[in-house]
Every structure is written in C-alpha cells, then in structure tokens.
Write a protein that binds this ligand. Sequence first.
Ligand code: HPA
Length: 270
Amino acid sequence: MYDKIKETAAWLQERMPAHPTTAIVLGTGLGRLAEEISVTLAIEYKEIPNFPVSTVEGHTGRLIFGKLGQHDILAMQGRFHFYEGYSMKEVTFPIRVMYELGIKTLFVSNAAGGMNPDFEIGDLMIITDHINLFPEHPLHGPNFPTGPRFPDMHQVYDKALIREAEVIAAEKGIKVQHGVYVGTQGPTFETPAEYKMFRILGGDAVGMSTVPEVIVAHHCGIRVFGVSIITDLGVEGKIVEVSHEEVQKAANAVQPLMAGIMREMINRNA
Ligand code: HPA
C-alpha cells in the first residue's frame, strides 16, 4: 500500500501546478466553497493511478489544485465512504497521498445528525473530539512510517484552529456549536435507541464519515479542523423520518455560512 501511495504522489507531483500546504475535503456543506476556487488543475479520481472512485449521489469525484483567495490549496471534491464498500485503507488513501504531497493542514466538513438537545437543524458544530465506532480501524495492519504505532489522540482537532474559527464566527455573527462527532459505518441512519445510546456515550452529533480521514491525517502530523452541519435531530421527541435528500437540503441552506468560515480560516492560515 505504501508503494501505491508513493506512486500516486509521484504521478501527481509531476502534474501539480503549485505546492499547497492546505487541503480541504469538500464534504457535504462545502460544495459552495468549491465554486470559489480558481481551479488551475482538476483531475478526475478515475484518472489518478491507484485512486478509488466516488459513487455517491451529490459527490463529484475530482482532485482540484487551485487558489482560494491568494492561497494555493488542494481540494478533494467528493470523498470515499466506508458504506460504499471501500476498505478503510481506500477511504483514507487520499489523505496519505496528501501527506506525501506536503499538506500540513486539513479542513473537513460533513453532515451529521444532532443528539445534543441544545442543537437545531442548520447549526454548525465545530468538532472538538470524536468517537470512532467504525468496525475497522484505518491504522489496522503494519504501521506506516508517518507516525507512531500507538498514536496519541488527546487533541486531534487543532485547538488554535478551533479558536480561530470561534473568532471568525463571532466577527461574522455566525452561531456555532461545539461537540463530539460520533463516526459510524452507516448506511442506515440511527434508530431512536441508537441516537440515545450515542448521546449517553458522550456524542453530540453522528455521521458516516470524517473520523477515518482525521485519524490518518493525525497519524501523519497534519493539523485538522472539522465542522459538522446539523441536518437532522436525533433528540428524543424531535426525531422524524430522515432521507439523504433532506440532509442535502438542510446542508445546502447553511453552506454559505460554512463556506464563509472556512474561506476566512484558509485566508488567515494558508
Ligand atoms: N446519522 C448518521 N449520519 C448522518 C445523519 C444522521 O442522523 N445525518 C446526516 N448524516
């Protein structure tokens, strides 16, 4: 696997128009930010050697090199989910490639169901920590030389980036929540009993992505910042039917706020 990562990185390095140190995984909620990137090179995943291919509705599969404001960035338009059938090594393959390309800071977003009773649909939740409930660990198997065999996880989501997001949100008058993201395999949304269990476990929101990528990024020493859009509620008494379409709709409504925070963070950080 490590040979494949190196091979893919070398292939991309031959084509890269710049050397960004910031990457964005354009998950649900950050599609809008993609429109603001002045693209210098976009490569479809299927053209990249060894890259998995995205299959989910609403996710285009492209790796983008470009500028956001003044800053060179690398963006993944479309991510790989475990529920699609990919192994955890495949889900996190692009993050390992990013590390080889020199990425130092990673921004991720997702849609999530809120379990914290103070949350409302449309809230943005800065991820302060996570609970990994995926059935396979992304670091399972021989250790990669990018980090220790037993990685410390006491502060995975970068504190300085969180603080900066808080400042930017306050400046822009955007309400933000903070919380623990529970990462599950999906593809089912939760039963009321499961939402309740995740709340008891210490979770504020639950979703089907992000945790694998974040673990691997952290193992590589990449700084991570993540935000969830609360698209539905898993709060007793407020639970109603959820569909992928509703999740997308709720996420789309808040996209401009999410994009505003991320744009400004990259502006100040890249
Ligand atoms: N559960 C899991 N994943 C999700 C949810 C949810 O309620 N909402 C958006 N993604």
